[in-house]
Design a protein around this ligand. Structure first.
Ligand SMILES: Cc1cc2nc3c(=O)[nH]c(=O)nc-3n(C[C@H](O)[C@H](O)[C@H](O)COP(=O)(O)O)c2cc1C
Length: 312
């Protein structure tokens, strides 16, 4: 089974990906959080750092682009090609208000004519320059039935892979995925198809696979993989339990690396807090400790609590 790590802006940074890959290594492909190219600026120095090959060595990384302007996509694509990338991903899923208001992410899904023209342009570039382009999409903007027309549009292009998160923009990340529309995708999408959404455990994987009547493969894991970094290994049958020694190692590497590149201290603690909002599901019996950890304002206090939680 092939497992892809989803992009989670602010969470799956190059620091996270590298540490994760060294410690767990059960992921076949990592997708970087989106780059947002602008006029004459295919990527900011901060975005470039995140996908710089030297910061991603040993990792099979696919950079992602968020734009509704084909010329911006192509400029960023050329820059990525010069860095050695052979595949890029188009973000058609981001539900954020500011992104959608600019017609990008899932905000591009209800502009069908503009989307088709955009895809015409970027796939011409793809074919001319030998750059593969995959797409990560939702079912639609306001109505899941938009998906039927979107599939027809996608089917007209040589999409490297279509990653489908079966929700619409207004669902954000809440509620049950709209499974019946992924069934439609299985039946009608012509390019390789990847399932993404709400796989938090092996039981979830089994349930989704049994609903669809196929062993989903590849799958893309987002929040489930951050919450339980052993999940990819569990799904591949490499381990049966969450490895807390590895989690401690991951925690320590991230904490020390973020201390090196971030300041002031409170920003490092915010970063760690965000990670703990995912990890806390693994420590349900340590609810009170976690609450205190999420409020820690000084390194010493944080370290003492984190160490107590992570030492079984
Ligand atoms: C904090 C956060 C940041 C995200 N950033 C991105 C992003 O940069 N690009 C993208 O395509 N999806 C992004 N997503 C969506 C995830 O990649 C994924 O599609 C979503 O979480 C559903 O998968 P899951 O249920 O396995 O988490 C983000 C989601 C979250 C929660």
């Amino acid at each position: 089974m092939k497992i892809y790590a989803a992009p989670l802006e602010g969470v799956t940074t190059y620091i996270f990906r590298k540490a994760y890959n060294e410690i767990y290594g059960s992921v076949d492909k990592y997708f970087a959080p989106f780059l947002s190219p602008a006029e004459n600026c295919p990527m900011t120095p901060r975005e470039k750092k995140d996908i710089a090959p030297e910061n991603n060595s040993g990792i099979n990384l696919v950079p992602q682009i968020l734009t509704c302007r084909s010329e911006h996509f192509i400029e960023a694509g050329k820059e990525l090609a010069s860095m050695g990338y052979k595949e890029i991903n188009l973000n058609l899923g981001c539900p954020s208000g500011t992104v959608c208001a600019k017609g990008k992410g899932s905000g591009f899904l209800h502009e069908k004519d503009a989307l088709q023209k955009f895809l015409d342009d970027i796939y011409s570039y793809s074919e001319a320059e030998g750059m593969k382009i995959s797409i990560k999409t939702r079912l639609g903007y306001a109505d899941p039935e938009e998906f039927y027309e979107l599939v027809e549009i996608f089917n007209a292009f040589p999409v490297r892979e279509l990653i489908v998160h079966p929700r619409i923009r207004t669902d954000f990340y809440k509620g049950e995925p709209r499974k019946e529309f992924f069934t439609y995708a299985l039946e009608h999408v012509k390019c390789p198809l990847v399932y993404n959404g709400n796989i938090f455990s092996c039981e979830d994987y089994e349930e989704f696979s049994s609903y669809f009547g196929v062993s989903l493969d590849p799958i893309m894991l987002g929040r489930g993989l951050v919450s339980d970094p052993s999940l990819a290994g569990k799904l591949k049958g490499e381990t049966v339990q969450t490895d807390f020694a590895k989690l401690r190692k991951l925690h320590d590497i991230l904490y020390h690396k973020y201390q090196k590149i971030m300041s002031p201290d409170i920003n490092v603690l915010y970063k760690m807090r965000e990670l703990w909002t995912y990890w806390q599901v693994l420590f349900e019996d340590k609810d009170r400790e976690i609450k205190r950890l999420l409020k820690a304002k000084k390194y010493a206090e944080y370290e003492a609590i984190a160490s107590r939680i992570l030492t079984e």
